[in-house]
Design a protein around this ligand. Structure first.
Ligand SMILES: Nc1nc2c(ncn2[C@@H]2O[C@H](COP(=O)(O)OP(=O)(O)OP(=O)(O)O)[C@@H](O)[C@H]2O)c(=O)[nH]1
Ligand SMILES: [Mg+2]
Length: 521
């Protein structure tokens, strides 16, 4: 960024300057796979604290470099900033503060809630905390502001934003994560106030996805989602570049906005569009392979059971319990990002498959809906959905609703659903009553202890279709009782009396077919 060579900015302003759009675009286009932490779209800005000398562990109360804009509008909000219990991390001493600053991605979470939805907002912030930790960050604190609506310019009210700045400084945080999808301008404005990197929930989820996607298709879809997210946010980078140029020449928008920043944006935009087109084409080409695989399963008429549910509900653990499949289980959100399919068989011998799926999450970034497609299709085309709910979660009802919404969206409404409350080892009797009230025919299971697994298997066996098997048998004349039995248990299609015995063409269930094997001709 050439505009930065001249020292017309205060140190704070300069440190706050975003990394050039160049870095970001290059990095994502380069499809960096070894990314850690939540530094998705704003590399560089995280150094702000160290270089401005806020790292002494003292609370910095002044507003250097800030206007006191709008402070007076936010009197009411002053009382409304509240900490979410359990998210605060007490810093023991200055050493720890300094230690934390050596590492990137110490985050403070923020959220805005309107009256009456505090519990919901807290749960949402806890989930964001789990997401941030999954992405590799350390959560130092979580703050909620009560407000009828998020502030259109800085998300939090401007007074709160300044408070946040002080909290961030005193904790030695280097990143703020907002529990929403911030408008590009909101992100910039809030960053200008708090002086550290600000990202949003969507960026965190995208980052987790980019760290975890394994298959070629998964990776391509995540990259596409990242570019889609980035595209409207390029203007943010450009604006700040224009602002710098504007400062230099002392002019308004005119010169700055026509400067190199804007040209750069156009260039980036074109490169991004090109890359997105390539990715879309690639993904399209991968589709037939997936459909062929699925068609193959359909042709073999093997029924499928999709294990769906909220992220971290224990889907993979349950699949392991059900099949001993050895699927990756992790106490992190989105441990599973690509569909895993496992073969199994009912107690009476009917084969079927289990498909593990990507966890659902509330407010799924719309860019990622496509990236989910491959596993959602698995759900939409299954014969049964095991809907796993974490019975120990504070708000299972919301989880149930979120997952059902998405299942409906992908036309899975007609598919029989077996609701399973998992982690029952953590659920006491009174809570079971509550859960039972939510879903009367749910099964309580524990992937950990094995409770309820037999009941679940029995329920599946009950619902799974009973495909018939074609048999062509030759039954000796001295075994007439076998022919009688075939009439009992299946449908006899044709009978022919040969020299060596009775030839019977029949359709029976697989488990019975096994017992007639000796007569196969
Ligand atoms: N106490 C207890 N913990 C469980 C149980 N089932 C799973 N867990 C834990 O819950 C966490 C998440 O389990 P996973 O199986 O990875 O959850 P998932 O639904 O597949 O998660 P994603 O793939 O990330 O969406 C892990 O730490 C498991 O050990 C259970 O029955 N009881
Ligand atoms: Mg999983």
């Amino acid at each position: 960024m050439t505009a930065m060579t001249e020292d017309t900015t205060t140190p704070t302003e300069r440190d706050d300057a975003p990394a050039s759009g160049d870095d970001v675009v290059d990095r994502i286009l380069a499809n960096a796979s070894s990314r850690a932490g939540v530094s998705v779209f704003t590399p560089g800005a995280a150094q702000a604290i160290q270089t401005t000398g806020l790292g002494s562990g003292t609370y910095r109360g002044d507003d250097h470099g800030l206007g006191v804009d709008g402070d007076q509008f936010d009197r009411d909000d002053r009382q409304a900033l509240r900490r979410v219990a359990g998210l605060s991390t007490e810093l023991e001493d200055v050493t720890e503060v300094e230690y934390r600053q050596l590492r990137l991605e110490n985050v403070v979470l923020i959220g805005v809630y309107s009256q009456g939805t505090l519990a919901d907002a807290e749960n949402s912030l806890r989930e964001l905390s789990a997401l941030a930790e999954t992405a590799g960050a350390v959560v130092l604190d979580g703050l909620l502001q009560r407000r009828p609506h998020p502030d259109p310019s800085t998300y939090l009210g401007s007074g709160k934003a300044i408070e946040l700045k002080n909290i961030v400084a005193s904790l030695g945080a280097d990143t703020v994560i907002a529990d929403t999808e911030l408008a590009p301008s909101q992100r910039r404005a809030l960053e200008d106030v708090v002086k550290v990197k600000v990202i949003d929930r969507t960026a965190v989820i995208l980052d987790i996805f980019s760290q975890h996607a394994k298959s070629r298709e998964g990776k391509a879809q995540v990259e596409l989602a990242q570019l889609e997210y980035l595209l409207p946010r390029l203007r943010g980078w450009g604006e700040s570049m224009s602002r710098q140029a504007g400062g230099q020449v002392g002019a308004g928008n005119g010169m700055g906005s026509r400067g190199p920043g804007e040209t750069k944006i156009e260039l980036d935009r074109r490169r991004i569009h090109t890359r997105m087109a390539i990715l879309r084409k690639k993904i399209k080409e991968m589709k037939p392979a997936r459909e062929a695989k699925r068609a193959n399963r359909n042709r073999n008429a093997v029924p499928s059971v999709a294990i769906a549910g909220y992220t971290n509900a224990g889907k993979s653990s349950l699949l392991n319990r059900l099949t001993r499949a050895g699927v990756l289980v992790e106490n992190a959100l989105f441990a599973t990002l690509d569909a895993t399919v496992r073969k199994s068989v009912t107690a009476d011998g009917r084969p079927f498959t289990y498909a593990d799926t990507v966890g659902f999450v509330r407010n799924l970034p719309h860019q990622l809906v496509e990236a989910f497609r491959s596993t959602l299709e698995e759900v939409a085309e299954s014969d049964i959905i095991i809907h796993v709910v974490d019975g120990s979660h504070p708000d299972p009802e919301a989880q149930l609703a979120t997952v059902r919404d998405v299942i409906h969206e992908v036309d899975g409404r007609e598919i029989p659903e077996v609701v399973v409350f998992n982690k029952s080892d953590l659920v006491d009797d009174s809570r079971r009553l509550v859960l039972r009230g939510l879903v009367p025919d749910a099964i309580f299971v524990s992937a950990r202890t094995g409770e309820g697994i037999d009941e679940l298997l029995a329920r599946l066996a009950e619902i799974l279709p009973r495909p018939e098997v074609d048999l062509d048998l030759l039954v000796p004349y001295d075994r007439g009782e076998v022919v009688a039995r075939i009439h009992d248990i299946g449908r006899v299609v044709d009978v022919e009396y040969l020299e060596t015995g009775t030839r019977v063409l029949a359709k029976v269930y697989p488990q019975d077919a096994a017992t007639l094997q000796e007569f196969a001709s």
